[in-house]
Design a protein. Structure first.
Length: 427
């Protein structure tokens, strides 16, 4: 057994289904280079590391993260530090009627199985190693339920802070986002670092959208340079539901996000845009797996990648149109820029069609900044660093321009500009 799995398993407490999930993970071990799902992301450096297991105990009074780290994130918000709920910085008071936002640990302590039945989901494939570990070990997270036809007029925020500890910590979180018929909300995930650390985070989110529900979901990942973060989102959309998503992958030493969406109801729509920004020796991996199951469903996927220094970005965009999903409309665009000779980007668009009368297109490119355009800007007096930053900003901003809410769009654009500025300083 690898040192990683041995150290994580040492903190296990439980039996039944949780024990079965852990046993399956330990039996199959970490996926190797022959696993297609992990083809571009090696776990060999990680498997030799050991982590202390974070114990779930609500942090109150305030932890040492400091209020300044959260000064730009308004309420309502739930704040987790190294996977543990921090009551001092959380604020979920004054939620409107029909909106329930609860910590998973609170629901588990109340002993109400119906409220946490999403934890019963099991994962059968050997390459779903971190989902299996999550199923065995997660006892904290956020559970959001929005009632029928309830429309939130301000965003909800989930904040995940990585902080230094006496030993590197492994934490696991499980989330549920459930919108009833006709409900609407904007949810913003923030992944930040209080200071340099090398912890491992493992988060799994279930998204259930009933008929006519609308979820705008922004995820801003800006973890510490030595952190490891595995996140996964599994979403199911009913008839006429709309899932609008923005992902900014800006931090962590090793980061992997899997977005799995099932368009199960007629007319369900997915719009998912994102940016992967790599520098130093950062490794970023994003995998999309979109299934068109019902008629007249649509997905529009717009992703941009940048890699500088000796970083590596991997992108897999998989779209499957099942038999009977006639009238589906699927589009994927993945364009990437290599900013340094030592950087690497791997793009893998996949399109499977098993239905008639569909529209589908996908494309991927990997290139460099246009030297002619760069020369033009420099000839007009711009220093090379500023010219490069201007071009890369224009390249990336297309992904967030579609945010309808002006406040959310400003947040995404400002965060992206700051990350590109750091990239330019390191160049």
């Amino acid at each position: 057994m690898s040192a990683l799995l041995e150290s994580i398993a040492a903190g296990f407490e439980g039996d039944g289904a949780r024990r079965a999930a852990l046993d399956a993970a330990l039996r199959d071990g970490l996926p190797g280079p022959r696993s297609e799902a992990w083809k571009y992301t090696s776990l060999r450096p990680l498997e030799r590391r050991s982590f202390a297991v974070q114990k779930i105990a609500v942090q109150e009074p305030a932890s040492a993260i400091g209020a300044a780290l959260l000064s730009d994130i308004p309420s309502p918000r739930l704040v987790f530090v190294n996977g543990v709920l921090d009551l001092a910085y959380s604020d979920i008071g004054h939620l409107p009627d029909g909106v329930e936002l609860n910590p998973l640990s609170e629901l588990l302590s109340q002993g109400t199985p119906r409220e946490v039945n999403f934890l019963e989901r099991r994962f059968e494939r050997a390459d779903e190693i971190f989902a299996r570990l999550n199923a065995a070990l997660a006892r904290e997270g956020a559970v959001l339920r929005i009632g029928e036809n309830v429309r939130m007029d301000r965003p909800l925020h989930l904040v995940f802070i990585g902080a230094p500890a006496e030993a590197d910590i492994a934490w696991h979180a499980r989330h549920l986002i459930e919108l009833r018929r006709g409900a609407s909300v904007t949810l913003v995930e923030h992944h930040r670092a209080q200071a340099a650390h090398a912890n491992l985070g493992n988060a799994l989110t279930h998204v259930h959208l009933a008929a006519g529900a609308t979820l705008v979901h922004a995820r801003i990942q800006d973890e510490a340079a030595a952190a490891t973060l595995f996140t996964r989102t599994d979403a199911a959309l009913a008839r006429g539901a709309h899932y609008r998503r923005f992902d900014l992958e800006l931090g962590a030493g090793l980061s992997r996000h899997e977005l799995n969406v099932r368009l199960e109801g007629e007319g369900a729509r997915l719009s998912a845009n994102g940016v992967l920004l790599g520098d130093a020796r950062r490794h970023l991996d994003t995998r999309l797996d979109i299934e068109h199951i019902a008629r007249d469903t649509s997905c529009d996927l717009l992703w941009r990648g940048l890699a500088a220094d000796r970083s590596r970005a991997a992108f897999h965009g998989g779209i499957t149109i099942r038999a009977g999903a006639d009238g589906s409309d699927a589009n994927l665009s993945n364009k990437n820029l290599l900013l340094s000779e030592g950087a690497e980007i791997d793009s893998q668009p996949v399109l499977e069609i098993h239905a008639d009368e569909v529209k589908a297109a996908h494309g991927a490119t990997v290139g460099q900044l246009d030297p002619g355009t760069l020369f033009y800007l420099r000839s007009r007096g711009l220093p090379e660093r500023e010219a490069r930053q201007l071009l890369t900003a224009a390249f990336c901003r297309e992904t967030v321009a579609g945010a309808a809410d002006a406040g959310l769009r400003a947040l995404l654009e400002g965060t992206l500009d700051q990350a590109l500025s750091r990239l330019g300083q390191a160049a």
